[in-house]
Design a binder for this molecule. Structure first.
Ligand SMILES: Cc1cc2nc3c(=O)[nH]c(=O)nc-3n(C[C@H](O)[C@H](O)[C@H](O)COP(=O)(O)OP(=O)(O)OC[C@H]3O[C@@H](n4cnc5c(N)ncnc54)[C@H](O)[C@@H]3O)c2cc1C
Length: 447
């Protein structure tokens, strides 16, 4: 059967776009090559632990983009736990201390000397009052930070804050205006970051329910091999043994994978290839379910010097682990060089494990479940000034009816928020394109 819209990819972008379009009354088919939906956000359970493939931190879930998508679907925002800042530790050399979030907490933290604390407060005020639009194009986050403070420890802290918010190492390379816009939006919000109860499945299951209850279809275990083009339009998404026809198509593949869908030498292939060189963001993750509580007095440690992150997710969201256990997500953020080199990668793994030994003594004896992802692709494009000039747009130029969603879109948000914002944009664009069609058809018939 021909659909109104075929969506390639059943990750967050595909499922949220599918739900929004189905809610508008479109006949939608979402096609996912994996055997389960969710893509890089998929959630699975093992021995009573609820793991996400990687993501955990949903920024401003109740006041931001996720809330907007859920409002359009008429559904509540999934329940989230919020980390206790007084249980979030920062390690810098031999200093290990909490920062808190309130001015009096920052002014008394043992992470910095008195002089440095004053500089941190100044930095926070500068972040709050910054006007991203006035930052000179091309300015990097490192350049912006260096202009605010000359205290090395405070500079290290600001860059670490950039990494922990974006997964990018080194965060100093990021576009300053983009980084500031992110911080202004999220850093001072009450719902700064939420860890979803039940994992991210609680969110994408809602998208699947909305898709299917509005007549849409989710097909898993089916890989689209190519897009068939005729007269400047995509006419079908083709698998080894089936053709999925539609009026409009949405591609949600990371930009490095999308060119393979177009015929070699075609204008569409050339167009898609311009984004395949975008440099992505990678991380080495260890997800561990502990059979007992290895450490119950901290929720998070961030090692500023080495860009290492340890989060006891179940401290913040207890239903992710059995009552007697704990779920830990440990991560080494990777530079592109580290992600591409076996030796550097092994070095990062060794650093991550050394941190586990230091902050979670006895962790090895308590392992109930462990999974390592050596180079997980976090997002398709680093938000550097160079990449930001060439992010993926809403629509293809070489064909009429191909739209793009996913986390490499040219939308000034971060991580999965880009996918959700892109979903709304694509749903609006397809909705208004099809509203325009009957009018044109009537005009044609009248002529
Ligand atoms: C380790 C890690 C940590 C993260 N942490 C956070 C976080 O804390 N906060 C946050 O907001 N975001 C985080 N993210 C990012 C977030 O997970 C992604 O932005 C989001 O899941 C991307 O969704 P997507 O739909 O754009 O892409 P994907 O999830 O990659 O979806 C694309 C889908 O297309 C499918 N596909 C590919 N080729 C084909 C084909 N030919 N035919 C059919 N299907 C195909 C794939 O199987 C996949 O399911 C993290 C990601 C990782 C990996």
């Amino acid at each position: 059967m021909k659909s109104d819209v075929v969506i390639i990819g059943g990750g967050l972008a595909g499922l949220s776009t599918g739900a929004l379009l189905a809610k508008q009354g479109k006949r939608v088919t979402v096609i996912e090559k994996g055997n389960q939906p969710g893509g890089r956000a998929y959630t699975y359970e093992e021995k009573g632990f609820t793991f996400n493939y990687g993501p955990h931190a949903m920024y401003i879930p109740e006041s931001g983009i996720l809330a907007d998508v859920m409002a359009r679907l008429g559904r509540p925002v999934p329940k989230c736990g919020y980390p206790d800042n007084m249980r979030a530790y920062w390690a810098d050399g031999d200093r290990l201390a909490v920062m808190g979030a309130k001015p009096h907490q920052v002014l008394t933290t043992k992470l910095f000397s008195l002089g440095e604390r004053m500089q941190v407060v100044k930095l926070m005020l500068a972040l709050k009052s910054a006007k991203p639009a006035t930052v000179a194009p091309g300015t990097t986050w490192r350049e912006w930070v260096d202009a605010q403070t000359n205290a090395p420890a405070v500079r290290r802290f600001a860059l670490a804050l950039g990494t922990v918010n974006t997964y990018t190492r080194p965060s100093g390379e990021l576009d300053a205006a983009w980084m500031l816009a992110h911080f202004k939006r999220v850093l001072f919000a009450k719902d700064f970051v939420g860890y979803m109860s039940g994992g991210w499945r609680s969110m994408y299951d809602v998208f699947i329910e909305e898709l299917e209850s509005n007549g849409g279809t989710l097909v898993t275990g089916t890989r689209i091999d190519r897009l068939e083009v005729a007269d400047g339009r995509i006419v079908a998404a083709v698998t080894a043994d089936a053709r999925y026809e539609a009026d409009a198509f949405v591609c949600t593949l990371p930009p490095q994978d999308a060119p393979a869908l177009a015929t070699d030498g075609s204008p569409l292939r050339t167009e898609l290839q311009q984004w395949e060189t975008l440099v992505d963001v990678r991380a080495l993750c260890m997800d561990i379910g502990f059979s007992r509580k290895v450490r119950d007095n901290l929720a998070l440690v961030f090692d500023i010097e080495r860009d290492l992150y340890y989060s006891v997710h179940s401290f913040t969201t207890p239903d992710l682990a059995p009552a007697t256990g704990q779920l830990l997500h440990a991560m080494a953020y990777l530079s592109p060089e580290e992600a591409a080199d076996e030796t550097l990668l092994a070095g990062r793994k060794a650093e991550l494990v050394t941190g586990l030994d230091l902050h979670f003594p006895g962790w090895r004896d308590a392992i109930a479940v462990e999974r390592t992802m050596p180079t997980a692709k976090v997002v398709g494009a680093r938000q550097t000034p160079a990449n930001r000039k060439n992010m993926v747009p809403l629509r293809a130029a070489s064909v009429d009816n191909l739209y793009f969603a996913g986390d490499s879109r040219d939308i000034p948000y971060d991580l999965s928020l880009i996918t959700l914002a892109a979903a709304m944009e694509v749903a609006d664009a397809i909705g208004s394109a099809s509203q325009a069609k009957p009018a044109a058809a009537i005009a044609g018939a009248a002529g």
